[in-house]
Ligand binder design. Structure first.
Ligand code: URA
Length: 438
């Protein structure tokens, strides 16, 4: 008979767990028969001793099997999903899913997304900042919407229930930041969600779970291997999260910024990353050669077709698509305030995790799973790393609902942005790819 005590001790001593043991563990997490303290103890042992590639693959499949696996066979073409490992200001899903669908190249976006937690944002919260949007569609409605308009965004939380439980425990036991646990967590939901192809955006830098390109490469490699072994065409891009992506952090602010990109008038880096991600989604689904995919997705930003797809998605989810054509309908927050430079010089560094925390403090994110969100709260940056600013010049504007949140958020942002006489070396937007193109 298997006992959790023995599994914990075996991992503590650095040995690999067998398929039988991992299956026992995930089953016990799912049915509630293993107490939280033993689950947490094993997570901590894994945090220190790791999992082999073989263990990680088996563990991922067990997690994916802890709930339902989606059957997407009712969707007529190739199905592609895209996933970011989490960042600050990352609104790419709202842009790339409509771009891919708008090309009409026979590739369907059946995208599963999460909510924000801690310093990172989530696509579901961003979409829900549009009045009326309901991302909790039935499986039948999800499939119908993908078939009708070429894309849909649903909630990944309905998959891999064991991961949900483990993630909640990792979040309070300081065991989130562990490569095999991150890889298995992300990939279990992607495998259960059922798409044929997966594009991973592995974020790297001060606002990401992994801080160095070396660590991000290890994570990306592992996730690509897991996806490929499961028969999914999987590629990963490793991208910069040492600055917030785009100029806005916060739910409705990010939707408005996404609309700017869909109008062909968005932030340069954000637009470039979206074109690269969308082109890779088409490319790995064998829609065309890579250059042709780039041309096709770029066109959707200039002929209004990607913006129309976002409006179609919002309407299909029960939302008011007028907001997409007229973003001034989004209500402004009660309080706004400017953060000014306290000296002249170059913006040398932005502690992006701290900026994510500041956004959450202002009301844009949640510190616990239950906290409510203020969809209007957030930050607009008027400058980014490498820009020269004069003393007194506005660096950012914050939006929130009360004075004490404003004070706390402003202090955090002030501490996050470092100004120096020295101009920083420019960093790459996309560091490398595993299996994809850029
Ligand atoms: N996103 C996930 O879904 N899981 C992790 O462990 C980290 C990021």
């Amino acid at each position: 008979m298997l006992r959790m005590y023995d599994l914990i001790q075996k991992k503590q001593n650095g040995y690999a767990l067998s398929e039988e043991e991992l299956t026992f563990f995930v089953k016990g997490v799912t049915d509630g028969s293993i107490p939280d303290y033993q689950i947490s103890a094993l997570l901590m042992a894994i945090f220190f001793k790791g999992l082999t590639e073989e263990e990680t693959t088996v563990f991922t499949e067990c997690l994916a099997d802890s709930g339902e696996r989606a059957d997407l066979s009712a969707i007529k073409g190739k199905k592609v999903d895209k996933h970011s490992t989490g960042g600050v200001g990352d609104k790419t899903s709202l842009i790339v899913a409509p771009m891919v669908a708008a090309t009409n190249m026979g590739v369907y976006v059946a995208k599963m997304s999460g909510r924000g937690l801690g310093h990172t944002g989530g696509t579901i919260d961003k979409l829900e900042s549009i009045p009326g949007v309901n991302t909790n569609q039935s499986r039948e409605d999800f499939l119908r919407i993908v078939n009708e308009i070429g894309l849909c965004i649903g909630q990944s939380s309905c998959f891999a229930p064991a991961d949900k439980k483990l993630y909640a425990l990792r979040d309070v036991t300081a065991t989130v930041n562990c490569l095999p646990l991150i890889a298995s967590s992300v990939m279990s939901k992607k495998l259960a969600a059922g798409s044929d192809c997966i594009v991973l955006d592995v974020k790297c830098g001060s606002g990401a779970f992994v801080k160095t390109v070396k660590e991000a490469t290890e994570l990306a490699d592992l996730m690509v291997k897991i996806g490929t072994r499961a028969g999914k065409k999987t590629v990963a891009l490793i991208t910069n999260m040492d600055v917030p992506l785009g100029r806005n952090v916060g739910n409705s602010l990010e939707v408005i910024e996404a609309i700017d990109v869909l109008d062909g008038q968005g932030d340069k880096d954000l637009t470039e990353l979206c074109i690269t991600l969308a082109a890779n989604m088409l490319y790995i689904a064998n829609a065309a050669d890579y250059d042709e995919c780039v041309r096709a997705v770029t066109k959707t930003l200039h002929d209004g077709s990607a913006k129309k797809k976002l409006a179609d998605l919002v309407a299909a989810l029960g939302g008011n698509s007028d907001y997409i054509y007229n973003p001034s309908l989004f209500k402004e927050s009660k309080i706004s305030a400017i953060i000014a430079a306290d000296r002249s010089g170059y913006i040398y560094k932005m502690d992006t995790e701290l900026i994510g925390v500041a956004a959450a403090v202002l009301g844009a994110g949640r510190m616990t799973k239950e906290s409510p969100i203020d969809h209007r709260a957030g930050i607009t940056f008027h400058h980014t790393v490498g820009d020269y600013v004069n003393e007194g010049e506005a660096i950012a504007t914050i939006y929130t609902s009360n004075i004490s949140k404003a004070q706390n958020g402003m202090e955090l942002i002030f501490n996050a942005v470092k100004i120096s006489d020295k101009k920083p070396e420019p960093k790459k937007l996309i560091y490398k790819t595993i299996g994809g193109k850029f």
